[in-house]
Ligand binder design. Structure first.
Ligand code: PLP
Length: 368
């Protein structure tokens, strides 16, 4: 790979394949695999990644909003797509693109059936989500009799799957909580299935759930962060290869005298002479102000260069006083070192937020 001469997000499809192969190796061969590609495949590039994953024969895709699914269909993706968080205003576009809604409340279930009746649909695949303790989205146990009576009164929809979401699958101190979620899901889905004449798929596990709770794999698992190269612990991380490297370049070097300052609002006052490098990357790219003032650091020739002063919209300045480097040299924001997790931790956040917050204006480069 030639050295970066501008800010680039490199996406390594070989690493993606490695991660998917690993995840598939720890599930039963009969268990289906749903690839979660919401939010531009966690900040990467949803269309490129989904098309690559389609060739690896994943069974399902999941995205959060209808619009994301429309984009995948426009890119030519034909695999079934679950919309995790649809709103009724988008049902017509959802159906036009043959996307499959998660119906999480009686209100949205009835609204979808109303639309399905108007469009004279038959057995349209829908997914029902139960709340088992995350208290975010999903039916409760008390809704089951009414769900069943609503479903029995129509043949417009067919339940393709019943699912739930774990709230603390990465945290083994919360094992009791998680086991209770699994127990509740078994109980609710059994009650629901007892009233249906067919058997939908059951699924519950995200990446950490796949690793920590094999007893909860059911018929399908859903992975996002693991495919992109991260677990939720150091141990999990050993199985994964990060697929994303954010690179940039040194635009200019400044030698700054003692007493002078760097950046907006004189964010950094030099107590000693300082050498800085200015990089074309800022809060508009997703490297927020919380990384400024010495918290975040990048790597130049493998050495740590802390961010000096405030993060600007399109630039950051880093301390290179003790680093041998020149204008035009490549800079690693995150990749092998620092990792995205290390970088995110400097601003008290997690790889999920860092990756999904990367702006679309950063050029994506796909390594095949
Ligand atoms: C985002 C999401 C996932 C993927 O979780 P990871 O921890 O990234 O594997 C799975 N299921 C649901 C419902 C989600 O919202």
């Amino acid at each position: 790979m030639p050295k970066a001469q501008e800010t680039l997000l490199e996406i390594d499809l070989k690493a993606l394949e490695h991660n998917v192969t690993y995840l598939k190796s720890i599930i039963n061969p009969a268990t289906k695999f749903m690839a979660v590609v919401k939010s531009y495949a966690y900040g990467n590039d949803a269309a490129e990644i989904a098309k690559f994953l389609e060739n690896l024969h994943v069974d399902y895709f999941a995205i959060a909003y209808t619009y994301e699914g429309e984009q995948l269909r426009t890119a030519g993706v034909t695999t079934p797509i679950l919309v995790l968080h649809p709103q009724s205003v988008s049902f017509n576009s959802l159906i036009t693109k043959h996307l499959e809604p998660n119906l999480y409340s009686l209100k949205i279930l009835k609204e979808f059936i109303e639309t399905a009746k108007q469009l004279k649909l038959k057995h349209y695949p829908v997914h029902l989500k139960f709340n088992t303790g995350l208290n975010r989205l999903g039916f409760s146990e008390n809704d089951i009799p009414e769900i069943l009576s609503v479903l029995k009164a129509t043949d417009t929809v067919k339940v393709a799957s019943v699912f739930s979401h774990l709230g603390a699958s990465e945290d083994l101190n919360e094992k009791t909580f998680t086991l209770n979620q699994i127990k509740a899901f078994k109980n609710y889905s059994e009650k629901l299935l007892a009233g249906l004449l067919y058997k939908p798929l059951l699924h519950m596990c995200n990446t950490s759930g796949i690793i920590n709770y094999p007893e909860a794999h059911f018929d399908m698992v859903r992975s996002g962060i693991g495919m992109y190269g991260f677990g939720n612990s150091d141990l999990e991380n050993t199985h994964f290869k990060p697929i994303t490297t954010l690179k940039t370049v040194i635009s200019q070097i400044h030698k700054i005298k003692k007493g002078d300052s760097v950046g907006y609002n004189r964010g950094y006052i030099c107590n000693t002479p300082l050498t800085t490098a200015t990089l074309p990357l800022g809060h508009a790219d997703g490297i927020g102000r919380e990384y400024g003032n010495g918290k975040g650091f990048v790597a130049i020739n493998g050495q740590k260069a802390p961010i000096v002063g405030n993060t600007c919209m399109d630039m950051i300045m880093v301390d290179i006083t003790n680093i041998d480097c020149q204008e035009g040299d490549e800079v690693i924001v995150f990749g092998d070192y620092p990792t995205a997790e290390m970088f995110a931790a400097t601003a008290n956040t997690i790889s999920y937020e860092l990756l999904t917050g990367l702006s679309q204006r950063i050029k994506r480069v796909i390594l095949r």
